[in-house]
Design a protein around this ligand. Structure first.
Ligand SMILES: [Zn+2]
Length: 100
């Protein structure tokens, strides 16, 4: 049985969080130097941009899974993930022979 799925890439998500943690420091550093309304407006605009980028993360990592047992009792489980944006890759392979 093979399954293909598209998921959020953990590396892209981490990099996006780091990017906005840095960007969010700028309005906070300006706090007290500019009008509070302008600061709130800047934070809301950043939040809107961030949400748009998070939406784009959903379909960048392809997951291919296989699980199955052959006629000799060998159970095979394989998993491979690859992100088309950042190149993140993860693989898992396992085989066990069942008593028949
Ligand atoms: Zn990625």
């Amino acid at each position: 049985m093979s399954v293909i799925n598209w998921a959020i890439c953990p590396r892209c998500k981490r990099l996006l969080e780091q990017k906005y943690n840095v960007v969010n420091e700028k309005p906070l550093a300006s706090y007290g130097k500019i009008q509070a309304d302008d600061c709130n407006k800047a934070v809301m605009e950043l939040d809107h941009i961030r949400r748009d980028e998070e939406e784009g993360l959903r379909t960048t990592m392809r997951e291919d899974c296989y699980i199955g047992m052959d006629e000799t009792g060998v159970l095979t489980i394989t998993y491979h993930a690859y992100c088309e944006v950042c190149g993140f890759e993860s693989t898992f392979n396992q085989q066990e022979t069942a008593e028949t």
